[in-house]
Design a protein around this ligand. Structure first.
Ligand code: NAD
Ligand code: UDP
Ligand code: UDP
Length: 316
């Protein structure tokens, strides 16, 4: 077995955080799962509570935290537009004050720290596919800015702490990821469409549905961030992690309808402002430096996710 490491996962009761915690507990590490339960839930990590190498801590990352750890995965932040826009000031505080506190903790303890950054740092991109050298096209004053600019500022803090204090950083730019344990009311497109299809409700297409996204299955993403965290110290990123297979939102809706045999109809709604038109990661860096490429295609990933939602919401 691997060397046992003391690991802090912030946002550990969320969608990605719970899968990551589960993986790290299974590897035998000593895991502190920190969450304020803003969008996460105890039901995501209840099954981990019996393990003696798992510890749950209710805490908000915007406040200082003193624990002794070797690695920090900083995932705390609401990720769905409807949730991060509900209290936008808190969203920026979580990204910025949260990063400062976790970087201060990394500096004091000498822990290696990984930031869950996002493809949103590229904004509505005019370079396609997006590679890490692209600086992005982000509106600083729009309704998505609390998230996009908060995450951009967190990246700045990571690189300044690295230059100023020589701490070990890893900045992962995560592209749209989906899978079991997304909240049924999460509001992101994959969970919305699956829940709507299973209930026979209308499928809510925002805009004309020609905008694109590239969807990564959660197991692939978790493999990527764990590999990145444990890669050699000079590999800091920023590093894109996502599945480069690109689909329009209408194509996604059609796949969900086919896989669920649903009678739901597509219904168009207005496109929210600043909604990116296209998004597809260039993952050459991850493939060349940490030897990572996703393996689960959209059909297989959606089938597993549909099975999960059938078990939590049933179907009409
Ligand atoms: P999620 O909303 O399910 O998880 C976020 C977790 O952080 C929740 O458990 C929430 O309660 C917790 N949280 C929020 N604010 C907090 C605070 N101030 N203090 C402590 N905990 C707090 O979202 P997710 O999809 O699991 O995303 C996890 C991380 O990955 C986020 O940082 C997100 O920005 C990033 N990310 C996710 C995706 C994706 O497609 N899933 C894409 C890009 C980036
Ligand atoms: N911090 C923390 N845990 C620690 C060390 C620091 O939460 O173990 C917080 C601390 O409260 C501070 C922030 O991290 O606000 C940044 O710490 P740093 O040492 O970089 O800055 P300073 O304390 O000098 O302002
Ligand atoms: N979307 C949609 N219907 C929904 C939810 C989202 O058409 O019910 C669209 C949304 O406008 C965006 C895309 O799907 O163009 C992805 O949205 P999501 O909120 O999942 O992620 P993000 O925009 O942050 O990539």
């Amino acid at each position: 077995m691997r060397h046992i490491v003391r690991i802090l996962v912030t946002g550990g009761a969320g969608f990605l955080g719970s899968h990551l915690s589960e993986r790290l507990v299974a590897e035998g590490h000593d895991v502190i799962c920190l969450d304020n339960f803003y969008t996460g839930s105890k039901s995501n990590i209840n099954h981990l509570l019996p393990y003696s190498n798992f510890e749950l801590l209710r805490h908000d990352v915007t406040f200082p935290l003193y624990v002794e750890v070797d690695q920090i995965y900083n995932l705390a932040c609401p990720a769905s537009p409807i949730h991060y826009q509900r209290n936008p000031v808190q969203t920026t505080k979580t990204s910025v004050h949260g990063a400062i506190n976790m970087l201060g903790l990394a500096k004091r303890t000498g822990a290696r720290i990984l930031q869950a950054s996002t493809s949103e740092v590229y904004g509505d991109p005019d370079v396609h596919p997006q590679e890490e050298s692209y600086w992005g096209r982000v509106n600083p004053v729009g309704i998505r800015s609390c998230y996009d600019e908060g995450k951009r500022c967190a990246e700045t803090l990571f690189f300044d702490y690295w230059r100023q204090n020589q701490i070990e950083i890893k900045v992962a730019r995560i592209f749209n990821t989906y899978g079991p344990r997304m909240h049924p009311d999460d509001g992101r497109v994959v969970s919305n469409f699956i829940v709507q299809a299973l209930k026979g409700d209308d499928i809510t297409i925002y805009g004309d549905g020609k905008q694109t996204r590239s969807f990564c299955y959660v197991d692939d993403l978790i493999d990527g961030i764990v590999k990145f965290m444990n890669s050699s110290g000079e590999i800091t990123g920023p590093m894109n992690l996502g599945n480069p297979a690109e689909f329009s939102i209408v194509e996604l809706a059609e796949q969900v309808i086919n896989l669920t045999n649903s009678k739901s109809k597509l219904v168009m709604y207005p496109l929210p402002s600043d909604d990116p038109r296209q998004r597809k990661p260039d993952i050459s860096l991850a493939s060349n430096t940490i030897n990572w490429t996703p393996t689960v295609d959209l059909k297989a990933g959606l089938s597993a996710t549909i099975k999960y939602f059938e078990s939590v919401i049933g179907r009409d």
